[in-house]
Design a protein around this ligand. Structure first.
Ligand code: FAD
Ligand code: SIN
Length: 538
């Protein structure tokens, strides 16, 4: 097997991973360099599809304040947001936005060249920056991707999957094993700082706004390594994904469309959100999602509609060029027609538990972006807080690494040799049709661990996953990227179900039909792998 060493390895090339690579390179002289690995093409990620925007509490914006942003975030977080984290991320937003502007990211501006702010659900003021109208993620990523590719001090491996973290007998991370999906070769990479920036897990569910790469790999890698995971049961389902027959990977209709005045209606054009929340279309996301779902069940239909015809045609075209285009390609003129929408899995609030420095429970292993659970989002993420969290946490981890002596390990212990050996052996493996298994799993998770759950749906899902696992006879090595992803999807699905079974209440995005009330105090769920078994940390 090939060997290499780097001072820092970043896994993932969404906004968190790309920005971390650039900030680390700017701030730190690293003897053994920086490696960024990504399992698809550079830039393919959830980040690329972000639409609505990024929260920015700018110091010179007199109509906003960090206090107001903290209050809104904590209110949406359903009792599980950590005050210090929310404060830290909010207070750093001014600095990171200014830094992104320096990198050349262009946020939309008005005719006087002032930054434009939009509003999304549960924000009390207009504080969301956007770019390219409704292409915020793509516009930020384009700049960062170009900078990373042109930077001679950052090595990039594309089409390369991180398959196992190397954890030594002192429970310290010493690097990882990667698999090149093009050459089918493995490589051992030694490093004393590995940063997980692997994003989300929407692909675990039948309907999702997430692209194919969002298979929860970082959570599975961290779990297998023995890291502590937090609040995995909190999956955010976005209320308005474009519902076109047969499409399971669903294009998002941004919340910003509702922020500009669009209304949710039934097939007869009758509004219904007044029945569910005083803030109607701009109620917290979990409430709008359940409202849509409830209307769908009640009326035995598979979507509701978004009526954006009240927004002037010119404004729709200017603010939402991509949404207008994609809808038009599907025969929907959003200035005249209702848009068919339904909920879809969108974001993972839980993840690998970190402190404000990005450190996980394993020395040398860091996590940033959607894969991390910093305590910002609690049980329900406030719109556009994710991109902010990605950049603030990437900025911070770079700052933390600046002060560390990042020597690559010279020697590895025998435990690690045994792990590396497992990947060096040639095995005879028969091809498996992963697409079929993946669809089965996505269907099980949608039915059993979706928007409305209960003991019955969750235990059924667990049993069904056990039977499905028997059709996938891989314990260590796999044949290709898709198999590695499916292996991770099975692990993460079980973890989500176990966490959801354990939380006997409804809170934020976790709604139990058999426990509809919310407990008086919010308690985090913490899971780890101890002696090979899933174990709750109490
Ligand atoms: P990602 O951007 O998902 O990147 C993860 C990277 O890791 C990818 O490059 C992937 O290929 C790589 N990877 C994963 N596993 C492995 C592995 N095993 N080996 C190697 N590489 C791996 N948030 C907002 O704040 N505002 C918005 O407007 C907004 N809109 C959204 C719209 C859509 C349609 C979606 C899907 C999400 C949206 N979000 C939004 C959420 C936000 O985009 C994401 O949470 C955020 O971009 C995550 O960034 P990340 O860098 O953590 O991960
Ligand atoms: C959206 O544009 O509706 C998505 C925003 C987000 O997920 O933060």
């Amino acid at each position: 097997m090939k060997y290499s060493k780097y001072s820092v390895v970043i896994i993932g090339s969404g906004i968190a991973g790309l920005y971390a690579a650039l900030k680390i390179e700017q701030q730190t002289h690293l003897h053994d360099g920086i490696l960024l690995i990504t399992k698809s093409k550079l830039g393919e990620s959830n980040s690329r599809y972000a639409q609505g925007g990024m929260v920015a509490v700018m110091k010179d914006n007199k109509s906003d304040s960090t206090e107001s942003h903290i209050t809104d975030t904590i209110k949406a977080g359903a009792g599980l947001s950590e005050f210090n984290t929310v404060k830290f991320i909010s207070e750093n937003s001014d600095a990171v936005v200014k830094d992104l502007l320096k990198f050349g990211v262009e946020f939309d501006r008005d005719e006087n060249n002032n930054l434009c702010f939009t509003k999304e659900a549960a924000h009390s003021v207009r504080r969301i920056l956007h770019s390219g109208g409704d292409a915020t993620g793509k516009m930020i990523e384009k700049v960062l991707t170009k900078d990373v590719s042109e930077n001679p001090n950052i090595d990039v491996y594309e089409q390369t999957v991180a398959v196992e973290l190397l954890i030594d007998s002192k429970q310290e991370c010493k690097g990882l094993i990667v698999f090149n999906d093009l050459t089918k070769e493995y490589e051992t990479i030694y490093s004393s700082a590995v940063i997980l920036a692997t994003g989300g897990l929407g692909q675990l569910f039948k309907y999702t706004t997430n692209p194919a790469v969002a298979t929860g790999d970082g959570i599975a890698l961290a779990y297998n390594a023995g890291a502590v995971l937090r609040d995995l049961e909190f999956i955010q389902f976005h209320p308005t994904a474009l519902a076109i027959d047969g499409d399971e990977n669903r294009f998002l209709i941004s919340e910003a469309v509702r922020g500009e005045g669009a209304k949710l209606v039934d097939a007869d054009g009758i509004e219904f959100m007044y029945k569910y929340h005083e803030n109607r279309e701009l109620a917290p996301r979990d409430i709008v999602t359940r409202a849509n779902y409830n209307e769908m069940i009640k009326n035995k239909v598979d979507h509701v509609y978004l009526n954006a015809t009240c927004i002037p045609k010119e404004k729709l075209a200017e603010r939402f060029p991509n949404i207008s285009r994609i809808c038009s390609e599907n025969g929907i003129d959003i200035a005249h027609d209702f848009i068919p929408v339904a909920p879809a899995a969108h974001y993972s609030m839980g993840g690998v538990k970190t402190n404000l420095e990005g450190e996980t429970s394993i020395k040398g292993l860091y996590a940033i972006g959607e894969v991390a659970s910093t305590g910002l989002h609690g049980g329900n993420r406030l719109a556009s807080n994710s991109l902010l969290e990605c950049v603030v946490c990437a900025f911070k981890v770079a700052d933390v690494l600046k002060n560390k002596e990042l020597k690559t390990p010279k020697q590895i212990d025998s435990d690690l040799k045994a792990v590396i050996d497992k990947y060096s052996k040639d095995l005879l493996m028969e091809e498996i049709d992963i697409d079929i298994l993946k669809h089965e799993l996505q269907d099980i998770m949608w039915r059993g661990a979706g928007i409305l759950r209960s003991q019955k749906t969750l235990t059924t899902a667990l049993e069904e996953i056990s039977s499905l696992s028997k059709k996938f006879p891989r314990s260590v090595k796999c044949l290709n990227k898709e198999e590695y992803e499916f292996k991770n999807m099975l692990i993460v699905s079980k973890l989500i179900i176990m966490a959801a079974l354990d939380r006997k209440e409804s809170r934020g995005a976790h709604y139990r039909l058999d426990y509809v009330d919310t407990n008086e105090t919010g308690v985090h769920s913490l899971i780890t792998k101890a002696e090979g078994e899933l174990s709750f940390v109490r």
